[in-house]
Ligand binder design. Structure first.
Ligand code: IVH
Length: 689
């Protein structure tokens, strides 16, 4: 380091005039080249020359930090990382656009507008037609010609402060010069062109980092960086498409003119926009752009038509969240062909089996697709799709991609019809179909690897076996360590085993073992509910317990016997039958009892006919707090009188018991005109019966 005292040090208070002048000139020159390069695509110097100018500017600023204003070109390289985004309230809300999908929608839009602005039938409305860019909306605010802040759209009212990141986008002017209105807000779309997107993903892959599914997500991910040095390396661009706040009331008379003025101030404006007349002009532009779409350097997902005259925009006004004077005409869904490499099934946490087609990857509707869900067995049959088939994949907007058809002409001669698995790929248990192939489910609920964690978490939950202190994290740990493979193993756990796990001390281990021991003595309805038989909730478990009294009786019962119960339909009856017919489930139940779980059988011989009870056929909802008893006591008493007690209010509800601090359920009861009782009324009712 040169310590020569004649050289100004970084702490000197003011830069000599000559230095300040050099700084100002250099800044202006760099910004000029930024515009030529990024906005006009017409650079006049080499990258090397540009870098040298930038280096010199950085040097000047490091020697004279007071020269480094927030709008210096050096600020584009990225500021210090933030801890979090702060919020910015939009002075004018950032709206979205209404959508149109076909010619008729455009005719309707035009007709509505003509009516709104009272136009006689002779004249044709003038619109600005612009590509609908597929990126992220941004608001950028300037005061006295200097960029002050930039924000995301957020919820339309409040967005996130992304100033530090937006400044790294070289085509965004940091200062606007003399002609700019004193207060000016511009709005536009930040996006990532295809080429930059491909390069970014390659680089991500090379560094073993996550790749982005489409340019829009890549742009969003790049803008939501707390460290703007990262954003600075991302190939982001922007087109400004609207004015926000503007202190100059005479800025422009038409939308086209306002964009023209913004372009003159140095903002990038999409060069493809056109002023068109009437619906015919709009539709012609739509056709032209549809034809060009695949050749564009960036993704667009439709065309936006905006009424050109600003006074008429004002007259037309807004509906809820969008202006009446603009419409987004969306491109139809994109469809492309590809090959089905394989069809595999996935087992969900509830045992539901979902077939998935593995595809030769293809780029459609703005994303790379390599897997599409085939939903269920019935869908595979409807499509007739096989491994090796060439299929048409469609993706529209944000809708998940799907296979729409199979090209039979391209089917290989040796292809075979797809056989939906009859055994679970995870555990080998039988797969059963529910509702004509709409759902296929693995029956190995208690032993299936894909389901076991979920099964255990449910088993220990409060309304099931109520084992306090056995949260999801601990279940994960126990399963991962191989200490429990099924719910029956819970009762074999020892404090010594727990002590070896991360996060356990003597006291917590003892507490958990005590909770496990305490849960052994239980009631039949709880145990049945805890088993997690598909679609058997608390109410059904209660009914099964009251009707059959004992697990042996249940597992010996037939599907028809279950179906005879008031609230059990054919699907639930089938689920119960299959559950108890599956040997692995029977084994787990046996082990539970061997490991010490016990319940008091219910003497069903003494049973009264449920239908003869005073509250039979009544569906009751309890809401709010009770002071004379707990809600679950109240529930039990009502159930013992034959009532069905449910959790949500619907048209089928007969009575709502409203305790203290009741919320939306009480309100809903009132809306639906359902009878309600307060605690006093409930006590009187129980007493009278
Ligand atoms: S004008 C008040 N013009 O589309 C109207 N929006 O669904 C404000 N978009 O959030 C929007 N290209 O991010 C407008 N040429 C364009 C656009 C455009 C893309 C986005 C914008 C907005 C969304 C509306």
């Amino acid at each position: 380091m040169n310590q020569d005292s004649n050289k100004p040090s970084a702490n000197d208070s003011a830069a000599p005039n000559a230095v300040a002048e050099e700084h100002a000139q250099l800044s202006a020159e760099i910004e000029h080249h930024n515009r030529l390069y990024y906005t006009q695509d017409a650079p006049t110097i080499t990258d090397h020359e540009y870098d040298q100018m930038m280096q010199r500017l950085i040097e000047l600023e490091s020697q004279h930090p007071e020269l480094q204003s927030a709008s210096s070109p050096t600020q584009r390289v990225g500021a210090a990382p933030l801890d979090e985004f702060t919020q910015i309230t939009h002075e004018q809300p950032m709206l979205s656009l209404s959508n149109g999908f076909n010619d008729q929608d455009i005719h309707d839009f035009d007709r509505r507008l003509r009516k709104e602005i009272d136009l006689d039938d002779e004249r044709v409305l003038e619109y600005v037609a612009e590509p609908k860019l597929d990126g992220l909306a941004v608001s950028i605010f300037y005061e006295n010609g200097q960029l002050k802040h930039a924000a995301t759209r957020g919820d339309g009212k409040v967005g996130e402060d992304i100033t530090h990141n937006v400044k790294t986008i070289r085509s965004v002017p940091l200062s606007l010069g003399e002609k700019a209105p004193q207060r000016l807000e511009v709005r536009g779309e930040i996006f990532m062109p295809h080429a930059g997107f491909a390069k970014l993903n390659e680089a991500q892959k090379a560094q073993d980092k996550k790749t982005f599914v489409n340019p829009r997500n890549a742009a969003a991910g790049s803008l939501r960086q707390l460290d703007s040095a990262v954003t600075a390396t991302r190939p982001l661009e922007i087109f400004i498409y609207a004015l926000g706040v503007n202190s100059d009331a005479d800025f422009a008379n038409t939308h086209a003119e306002s964009l023209q003025k913004l372009a003159e101030l140095g903002f990038p404006v999409c060069p493809l926009l056109r002023v068109v007349t009437g619906v015919q002009g709009c539709l012609q532009y739509f056709q032209d752009m549809s034809a060009q779409r695949s050749d564009l350097a960036y993704e667009i997902d439709g065309i936006v038509y905006k009424l050109n005259r600003l006074d008429w925009q004002k007259a037309a006004g807004f509906i809820a969240k969008a202006p009446r004077w603009a419409l987004a005409h969306k491109f139809p869904a994109q469809e492309k062909s590809t090959l089905v490499r394989d069809i595999q099934v996935q087992v969900g946490r509830t045992g539901a089996i979902t077939p998935v087609a593995r595809l030769e990857p293809l780029f459609v509707g703005g994303v790379t697709v390599s897997n599409v869900t085939l939903h269920n067995k019935a869908e595979i049959e409807r499509l007739g799709v096989r491994v090796g088939d060439t299929v048409v994949v469609r993706r529209a907007g944000d809708v998940i991609p799907q296979i729409v058809s199979v090209n039979l002409e391209k089917r290989p001669s040796n292809s075979l019809a797809y056989q939906f698995p009859s055994a679970c790929p995870e555990c080998g248990s039988q797969v059963v179909a529910e509702g004509e192939g709409i759902i296929s489910r693995c029956t190995g609920g208690l032993i299936c690897g894909a389901q076991v964690k979920q099964a255990i978490t449910h088993f220990v939950s409060r309304k099931a076996m109520d084992i306090d202190g056995m949260g999801e994290r601990i279940v994960d740990l126990l399963v991962a360590q191989g200490l429990i493979k099924s719910v029956a193993d819970i009762y074999l756990l020892t404090a010594e085993q727990l002590l070896e796990l991360e996060g356990f001390a003597q006291k917590s281990a003892d507490n958990l073992i005590a909770a496990i021991q305490a849960s052994k003595k239980t009631e039949l309805p709880r145990l049945l509910f805890a088993l997690g038989i598909p679609q058997v909730g608390e109410t059904t478990a209660e009914q099964l317990a009251q009707t059959f009294g004992h697990i042996d009786a249940l597992s010996a019962a037939s599907k028809e016997e279950f179906e005879r119960l008031p609230d059990i339909g054919p699907i639930v009856a089938e689920n119960i039958t299959v559950f108890f017919a599956t040997e692995s489930n029977r084994a787990v139940v046996r082990q539970l009892l061997e490991n010490g779980v016990e319940y008091t059988p219910i003497d069903v011989s003494k049973h009264v006919d449920l239908a003869s009870l005073p509250l039979a056929e009544k569906t009751i909802v309890l809401t709010g707090g009770l002071s004379s008893m707990s809600r679950s006591d109240a529930k039990k008493q009502l159930q013992s009188l034959g009532a069905k007690v449910t959790g949500s209010v619907s048209k089928k509800t007969s009575l709502v018991i409203v305790g203290t601090d009741a919320g939306s359920k009480a309100q809903k009861a009132e809306e639906l005109g359902i009878e309600t009782l307060d605690e006093e009324g409930l006590l009187a009712l129980l007493k009278s019966l």
